[in-house]
Structure formats: structure tokens, C-alpha cells
Design a protein around this ligand. Structure first.
Ligand SMILES: *[C@@H]1O[C@H](CO)[C@@H](O)[C@H](O)[C@H]1NC(C)=O
Ligand SMILES: *[C@@H]1O[C@H](CO)[C@@H](O)[C@H](O)[C@H]1NC(C)=O
Ligand SMILES: *[C@@H]1O[C@H](CO)[C@@H](O)[C@H](O)[C@H]1NC(C)=O
Ligand SMILES: *[C@@H]1O[C@H](CO)[C@@H](O)[C@H](O)[C@H]1NC(C)=O
Ligand SMILES: *[C@@H]1O[C@H](CO)[C@@H](O)[C@H](O)[C@H]1NC(C)=O
Ligand SMILES: *[C@@H]1O[C@H](CO)[C@@H](O)[C@H](O)[C@H]1NC(C)=O
Ligand SMILES: *[C@@H]1O[C@H](CO)[C@@H](O)[C@H](O)[C@H]1NC(C)=O
Ligand SMILES: [Zn+2]
Length: 494
């Protein structure tokens, strides 16, 4: 009966290791903000975004009440000390004029590699659009002040690694102009999918390069940049292939429209826009642009990025900052939380040794893949709610596996265990791997094992015992090793 005990302890161990990932599947909170904003004001406004920047002539007075670059650096470092147990401060590089591009990471385990998704907000991409840098500091402070008492703040701190870069363009800010110190528009400086204008690495701006290196370091699932000059949530593609102004959706158009709507509908009045239906727009349908950061994120970094225009006035009087924070607060929070409140999440493992695999995840009908983490094999796939998705996990050297999920209500946690291409004999335990673990609670899962499959194991053990008995008695030949009974590693333990 030693063999039986080993088998049982193995099964219990196995069940308990997967129970931790099952627990994640129960995260469900409503997406809409608790505060309802309703406003029917209809003030006419102009779109400043397309106007020439040079004529802006922003008066020095306007900087009154805004943080200078030194103030911002101080605010970030002060935050890092005040909220040291949920944050980490780091730099991703320097601007042309040598200002550090400082990032605040907010998480209950900042800097640690975990199976949680990462989200980033970037402010002040354009030097003369400073509202974002102020709001991101407000966001950090609000999270720090509330994560012990507010459920949404707690949820974000515990489930997401949130990275905030308040200013991508500190030089442009101090010069009160759109471009950086070399007068380059940073949101036109990324490699483009249609035109090769920015493909020369050497001519790329240091701020752009810093972002690109940052995304090689950290696997962000989603992000948003904060701009001013309009009130709308803009999603890919930003550029159309033929340079025409027209709706030009990317493969994840549904997911992006859903994501942009979360922002606009959580906002004070973005969704009541007269110009943009629901307060959202496809980039190319508004005006095509090339070399933008948003499209590059989606194509090259696996990151779903929005471009958020958060105030009609690019550089409003600083006295308006508190109200702008109030208007955008729930949007900023709900967008981050949506990362874990929707979509499919999980890990990919090898059936050969149980180790995590850096495989990739695709969804049938959507020409796009997201990759799993190198060390933990975790993946996070943003998807709009819909009844059915077929999710496919692949990894070089392994057989692909797919399964169908229903995403109508909350997120789904789905782990894959892939078999090596080199065919191994089907082991009895294969059934355990194939179970659709997501749809079962741990209890049910254990019952499932006890009820159905233990009998099979017992029969095998009995047969094994009988064979042993026969061999010993009749032929006095050596006892067969268990390896001969099955090629799988797991069965060796039986
Ligand atoms: C809204 O704007 C339209 C067109 O500019 C105008 O005709 C209408 O009277 C406005 N409504 C309100 C409530 O101001
Ligand atoms: C915008 O600025 C550029 C260069 O400074 C100039 O060539 C162009 O005519 C300007 N456009 C408008 C609409 O003022
Ligand atoms: C900003 O608003 C305040 C209060 O309304 C006012 O005193 C100040 O002059 C304004 N500043 C500018 C630059 O318009
Ligand atoms: C952070 O510190 C506070 C107070 O010292 C403590 O109550 C809280 O549990 C800590 N949070 C984390 C995530 O460590
Ligand atoms: C939203 O509200 C602000 C402040 O009242 C106003 O200036 C703006 O025009 C409004 N925008 C829309 C789209 O309703
Ligand atoms: C899928 O997208 C890739 C670019 O990521 C493109 O080269 C390929 O043609 C697309 N396939 C289909 C079937 O659209
Ligand atoms: C999903 O799996 C089934 C059965 O293994 C297979 O027939 C089908 O082709 C797979 N679909 C995809 C998209 O890989
Ligand atoms: Zn901008």
C-alpha cells in the first residue's frame, strides 16, 4: 500500500498547486464607476490639436500653479518615500536636456516578477499638454491614501503592477512647446507599420528610445497616454495605409472599442460628446498619423494602448486641475482595473516537467498573439465580453492546445499544459491536465478525481500487483520497472 499512499499524496499536491490559480477566476466587480456623472452641457469647442503649435504663445503666467520639472522630480521622490511599501521609483532614461524620465510603480509587490498584468500611464508626451503629468501625480497620491480603505484602490494595488511616467517630455514642458528639445514630435518618432521614415535607429530621440527599451524590459498588457486639446478616447490604428482619413481598425477593434468606452463612460462627460459617438474614436477616422506610439505598442510590444485626449484646453488655468482630476479619476481607475476584470488570464506549462513555458496565446478569428512571460509563463489577453472565444496556446516544440471560453461576465482564468512534440505514450494522468480547470471549483476538481479516475488507478495497481506476483512466482525473473509500463514521468511515481 506504499504505492497507493504515494499516488494519493501526489494527487493532493497537484490539486493544491492549481487551486491557487483557480482562486483568481473569482475576481468580479462591476466595471462602471460608483459615481455617476451626468451632464448635458453642449458648449461648442474647437479642436486645438491640429493647430500649429508655434502660434500658441503660451504665457509664462500659465505655468503658475503647475509643477516645474524640479517640482515634479521632488514630488515623485517624495511619493516614493511616503508610500514606500506599495511603490518603487525608477528612471527609464534621460531627456535631451538631461532630465530623468522617472517612473512610479505602484503594486503591493513593486519590482517583483508576478503573474499579474502590468499597466502603464504616460503623461506629457507633448510638452505643451501638461494636464496629464499633474493627474498622474494625483492618481498616485490617491492610490496611496486609499488602498487600505477603498476597494477599488486596494484591488488595483493587489492585482496590477501600475507604472506611471508623469512626463515623457520634460524639455518640451519647460520650453512650453509640443516637441522635445530637438523640436521633434515624440508621438511621430516611433517606427511605423506603413512608412519607413523612422526606421533609422540613430536618429531616434532619447525619449523615444527610452520608451522602446522600457517595453523590452517590462511586458505591459495595456496602457494609455494622456494628451490635451480635445475630449475623446482614441484607439488604433492611428495611421491608414493609404493616408486617407477613414475608419481603419486593427485586429482587436472590438477589444479596443470596449476599452476606450470604459474610459469615456467613466468620465464626467466624455461620452456625451457631440463630435465623437460615445466619446471614442478610431485614430485614422479622426486624422491619420504616422510614427505614433499607440500603434507601435500594439504591434511591437503586445500592449493595448489608448491615446486619451482629456481636456479641450491643452494648457488650462491651473485652478482647473482639481476639477479635471475629479472628471478623470474614475476613468483612470476603471481603465486600470478593467485589465483584470475582463479578458483571459493564465499560465502555460510543459507536461513533461511542469515548468512554465514562454508560449503564446491566440484567439481564433483575431490575427494577433500575446506572449507569455519568460519565467512564469503567465499571459494576459484583453478581450471584449462576448459569449464565445476559442483560445489557442502554442509553443515551439510543443503541441498546440485550444479551448473555448465564455466571457460574458468577468474574467476567465485558463491554464494550459502542453505536451512536447516528441510523442510520449498517453499517461493516465493526462486526464488531469486536460480538464477544463477554469469551470470547476477546487472542491469539484478533487471530487472529480476521486469519483472517476481513482478507480482506474486502483485497477492499474491491482493489475500491476498481479503481474508482479506472476513474474515472481513463475519465472523468477526480475521485477519489471514501472518505467516499462508507461513513458510518462508522472506514472513513475506509481
Ligand atoms: C447644442 O449644440 C447645437 C449645435 O451647436 C445647438 O443647436 C443646440 O441648441 C445646443 N443645445 C444646447 C442644449 O445648448
Ligand atoms: C504650420 O507651421 C509650419 C512650419 O512652421 C508652416 O509651414 C505651416 O504653414 C503652418 N501651418 C499653419 C496652418 O499655420
Ligand atoms: C487663473 O484663474 C485664477 C482664478 O480664477 C485667476 O486669478 C488667474 O488670473 C488665472 N490665471 C490666468 C493665467 O489666466
Ligand atoms: C503598508 O504599510 C501599512 C502601514 O504601515 C500596513 O498596514 C500595510 O499592510 C502595508 N501594506 C503592504 C502592501 O505592505
Ligand atoms: C464637459 O464639461 C466641461 C466642463 O463643464 C465643458 O467645458 C465641456 O464642453 C463638456 N464637454 C462635453 C463633450 O460635454
Ligand atoms: C496577420 O497579421 C500579420 C502582421 O502581423 C500579417 O503579415 C498577415 O498577413 C496577417 N494575416 C492575415 C490572414 O490577415
Ligand atoms: C482546436 O482543437 C481541435 C481538436 O483538437 C482541432 O480540431 C482544431 O483544429 C483546433 N483549432 C485550432 C484553431 O487550433
Ligand atoms: Zn498631444
Amino acid at each position: 500500500m506504499v504505492m497507493k499512499t504515494n499516488l494519493l499524496s501526489f494527487l493532493i499536491l497537484f490539486a493544491s498547486t492549481i487551486s491557487s490559480s483557480l482562486a483568481k477566476g473569482s475576481l468580479q466587480q462591476t466595471l462602471l464607476p460608483s459615481e455617476e456623472f451626468n451632464d448635458c452641457s453642449n458648449a461648442s469647442r474647437t479642436r486645438h490639436l491640429l493647430e500649429n503649435e508655434s502660434q500658441a504663445q503660451i504665457s509664462v503666467d500659465l505655468a503658475q500653479g503647475y509643477m516645474s520639472n524640479d517640482d515634479l522630480e521632488w514630488a515623485i521622490k517624495e511619493f516614493g518615500q511616503r508610500c514606500s511599501n506599495i511603490s518603487r521609483i525608477y528612471s527609464i532614461g534621460n531627456s535631451v536636456n538631461g532630465f530623468p524620465l522617472l517612473v512610479i510603480e505602484i503594486s503591493d509587490k513593486p519590482g517583483e516578477e508576478e503573474t499579474k498584468p502590468a499597466f502603464k500611464y504616460i503623461g506629457n508626451v507633448h510638452g505643451d499638454e501638461p494636464v496629464g503629468r499633474e493627474l498622474l501625480i494625483s492618481l498616485a497620491n490617491w492610490l496611496c491614501d486609499n488602498y487600505l480603505k477603498d476597494p477599488l484602490a486596494k484591488f488595483i494595488v493587489e492585482n496590477v503592477h501600475l507604472h506611471l511616467l508623469p512626463s515623457m517630455n520634460p524639455d518640451g514642458f519647460s520650453l512650453r512647446k509640443r516637441g522635445n528639445a530637438n523640436n521633434i514630435d515624440l508621438n511621430r518618432d516611433f517606427p511605423d507599420q506603413f512608412f519607413s521614415v523612422n526606421d533609422d535607429e540613430d536618429s531616434r530621440q532619447p525619449e523615444t528610445r527610452a520608451i522602446m527599451n522600457w517595453l523590452r524590459d517590462i511586458r505591459f498588457t495595456a496602457s494609455a497616454t494622456l494628451h490635451g486639446g480635445a475630449l475623446v478616447a482614441n484607439y488604433p490604428w492611428d495611421g491608414s495605409e493609404d493616408k486617407r482619413t477613414k475608419y481603419y481598425g486593427c485586429p482587436d477593434d472590438d477589444a479596443f472599442r470596449f476599452m476606450a468606452s470604459i474610459y469615456s463612460h467613466s468620465h464626467y462627460n466624455m461620452s456625451s460628446s457631440k463630435e465623437f459617438l460615445s466619446g471614442i474614436t478610431n485614430g485614422a477616422a479622426w486624422y491619420p498619423l504616422y510614427g505614433g506610439m499607440q500603434d507601435w505598442n500594439y504591434i511591437h510590444a503586445g500592449c493595448f494602448e489608448l491615446t486619451l485626449e482629456i481636456s479641450d484646453n491643452k494648457w488650462p488655468n491651473a485652478t482647473e486641475l482639481p476639477i479635471l482630476w475629479k472628471y478623470n479619476k474614475m476613468s483612470l481607475l476603471n481603465l486600470v482595473a478593467s485589465l483584470v476584470k475582463t479578458g483571459v488570464h493564465g499560465r502555460i506549462y510543459s507536461s513533461a516537467d511542469g515548468k512554465p513555458l514562454p508560449g503564446s496565446i491566440a484567439v481564433s478569428g483575431i490575427n494577433y498573439t500575446v506572449t507569455a512571460g519568460k519565467t512564469l509563463g503567465d499571459y494576459h489577453r484583453f478581450l471584449a465580453p462576448r459569449d464565445k472565444y476559442e483560445v489557442v496556446a502554442t509553443m515551439i516544440g510543443y503541441k498546440s492546445k485550444n479551448t473555448t471560453i465564455w466571457l460574458d461576465d468577468g474574467p476567465v482564468t485558463l491554464d494550459f499544459v502542453l505536451d512536447p512534440e516528441v510523442s510520449i505514450k498517453e499517461s493516465v494522468l493526462q486526464n488531469v491536465y486536460d480538464c477544463d480547470c477554469n469551470s470547476k471549483s477546487t472542491q469539484e476538481f478533487v471530487q472529480f478525481l476521486w469519483g472517476a479516475h481513482l478507480e482506474v488507478f486502483f485497477i492499474l495497481i491491482v493489475i500491476l500487483g498481479f503481474l508482479l506476483f506472476l513474474f515472481r512466482r513463475r519465472a523468477k525473473i526480475k521485477v519489471p520497472t514501472s518505467r516499462q509500463l508507461s513513458g510518462s514521468k508522472k506514472t513513475v511515481e506509481v
